[in-house]
Design a protein around this ligand. Sequence first.
Ligand code: SAH
Length: 345
Amino acid sequence: MDKGFLISKTEDEIREIFSSLGEKSFRTGQLKKWMYQLQPFSAMSNFSMQLREKLEQRFEMGYPEIMEKFVSKDGTIKYLLKLFDGNIVEAVVMKYSYGNTLCISTQVGCPMACRFCASGLNGLTRQMYPFELITQVLLINRALGSGREITNIVLMGTGEPLLNYDNVVYFLREIHKEEALGISYRNISLSTCGIKDNILRFADEDIPLTLCLSLHSAINSKRSMIMPVEDRIPLQEAVRAMEHYQKKTGRRIVYEYIMIGDLNIGDEDAEALWQLVKGQTAHINLIPLNGKVGNFREPTRHEIHSFLQKLKDRGLSATIRRSLGQDIEGACGQLRARYLENEIR
Ligand code: SAH
């Protein structure tokens, strides 16, 4: 019989496994503590020898492993992680004066197919499991040092977090707990391309983090050219859902806006953006397109600053996101995509 991997089970499934072994349900909590320390069955000293053996016969833990590590000149570290089934995801650590921000993936691949993004090139392979999401963070935290090295988490790597809803919500609640990393929701950002119904649902979860909408254009026809999701969920509907989340949580809305040469950084684009978000408690994060993807052109320095000025002239709060890890393919999915192309084996 093939062994199963405990990492791919939900908390409820683990509880059922213990019950089928004649064990009480508090074992689940004990196992989770060991998992959050990335320990093997053999180290689980509050389990009887018999129980450890039974678990070992039927399961492997299946923790993610660091396969490769790339360090950029600016200190950014990119990890390629190998999951129990051989799938690869990436995670990036960015060093700021206030601490280390970890950018994680939430799905293996991505179904959204945004035209400028390397993550969706091969579509969605599978969801990441709850304990995979948690242990990828704890694994990298341990790789960085012996304390709480990661101070901020952004769900901005590969995948659409709100299409892995239950697992991501479980992850957020767990990673917030002291026995995991004790990270405050204020130090977590989640970026979505605008899955309206799940933004509305998320507003009721009482998880007040920084919710970011990947907007990239305030003009429907242009957004549709770069983001297929626009044809199902028009940006105005996504923005309304963001406003609802803002009102429920008190957190300001963040809009992400990739600046693409000759596409979305002219006067009409700034005007449309202003019309869309004026009066909101919101901030606009301008991201210069990273890398040459498809036919798109990176904006020049002049274009970047002139678009920022157009927004400021209209009284909008906007900043340009510093581009880190350029020399190690820091943008979403780039490194994984290249790995999948076999180039860096
Ligand atoms: N699916 C979610 C989260 C993943 S993308 C979302 O759409 O928000 C995280 C951010 O990285 C998004 O704002 C995305 O648009 C951006 N991104 C993807 N490819 C990029 C590229 N080539 N250059 C700059 N930013 C990119």
